[in-house]
Design a protein around this ligand. Sequence first.
Ligand code: ADP
Ligand code: ADP
Ligand code: ZN
Length: 215
Amino acid sequence: MKIVLLGPPGSGKGTQALRLTKAHGLASLSTGDMLRAAVRAGTPVGREADATMKRGELVPDEVVVAIIGERLTQADCARGFILDGFPRTVAQALALDGMLAKAGQKLTKVIEFKVNEAALVARISGRFNCVKCDAAYHETNNRPKRDGVCDRCGGTTFTRRPDDNAQAIKVRLDAYRKQTAPLLPYYRKKGLLMAVDAMADIDKVTKEIEGALAA
Ligand code: ADP
Ligand code: ADP
Ligand code: ZN
């Protein structure tokens, strides 16, 4: 399976990607996680992306396309993958189609996370992430099973993302509406788009996605 998760910031893509990768043995490819790792490591890409990400704007297409292009050639992607946060522009979608076509592959499905925008701000403002693996938690909706210990990697240090503030959230939602939402008709025309109600609780969303993938 080659799946794209498409939805605004805070819609639950990362949370669901984690569950789907475990359930199906897929590779999980999050450009946000990869860029944050580059920022932490102080690589040239990271140094360039840092300020753009803090403002909530999109990093240039060629930067993320290069990162994903390299990642897709790694062995664990052969069994299938979940793209979380990529593509985010029509140019990125076209580049992805081109890379997959070269390898004789194509996407299986694109899952649209349907949300009420007003609820996103509450989700993003309550979010905190594991420093080691980037897994996302929420102060009230989604706490780690053991307080202070990451379910995914056992890490014990958590942080808030520098772009999870009111001003950057506004810019990110705007970028979603203007630059990413045009991907919905793009994938609908290809017959790949399946929508799920991303306002439901986490387990219910997982069930809905599993249903869409089986359809
Ligand atoms: P969220 O999960 O809140 O939607 P991400 O972790 O996916 O946020 O992305 C965080 C930031 O990283 C984005 O605001 C943007 O600056 C950058 N970014 C991530 N993926 C892409 C992409 N595909 N294209 C351009 N910028 C990206
Ligand atoms: P995205 O990757 O789309 O930006 P996340 O998976 O990081 O979204 O989720 C955003 C925040 O909302 C996190 O704090 C997460 O724990 C919480 N969350 C995720 N899915 C749900 C849900 N279905 N209901 C309530 N809160 C959720
Ligand atoms: Zn962790």
